[in-house]
Design a binder for this molecule. Structure first.
Ligand SMILES: [Zn+2]
Length: 149
């Protein structure tokens, strides 16, 4: 799988499919308390062309099923966040641009960037800057806007 290969190439150690974590994340970085889900656009209703496709046969069966997938994803992500894990969702359609995906993985996994993490939708997962670390969240955000550290 591409995402696995990229993470490996960046030199990170990870585990796969831990069933003891909510939603059974695809890739787990125990040292950093970070997990990645790789979602199929159709099955998880991504906001893209693939995800917007509707099942042509038996919609009365498929639509509730797909809606349940989305609901399950949401609950798993919330539960993981509550347990202190950072979550990154990578969509199937995003794996076509290998270079961009590698950049995103590098940034997300980088320990230097711990105060600010960006998930697939551009939403921010802020681990919070601990007092005493000497870095204000504002400063980190500022740095990022002006040319990515
Ligand atoms: Zn997609």
């Amino acid at each position: 799988m591409l995402v696995r290969r990229l993470a490996h190439g960046l030199g990170y150690r990870f585990r796969l499919h831990r069933r003891d974590l909510p939603g059974t994340p695809d890739i787990i970085f125990p040292r950093f308390k970070k997990v990645i889900f790789v979602h199929g656009c159709f099955w998880h209703r991504h906001d893209c062309r693939l995800g917007g496709r509707l099942p042509t046969t038996r919609p009365e069966y498929w639509l509730p099923k797909l809606a349940r997938n989305v609901e399950r994803d949401r609950m798993a992500e919330a539960e993981l966040a509550r347990l202190g894990w950072s979550v990154l969702v990578i969509w199937e359609c995003e794996t076509r641009n290998t270079a961009a995906l590698q950049d995103r993985l590098r940034l997300w996994l980088s320990p230097k960037d711990r105060a600010r993490q960006v998930d697939a939708a551009g939403a921010r997962w802020c681990e919070g800057v601990h007092h005493g670390e000497g870095v204000a969240a504002e400063a980190v955000h500022g740095l990022d806007r002006s040319g990515r550290l």
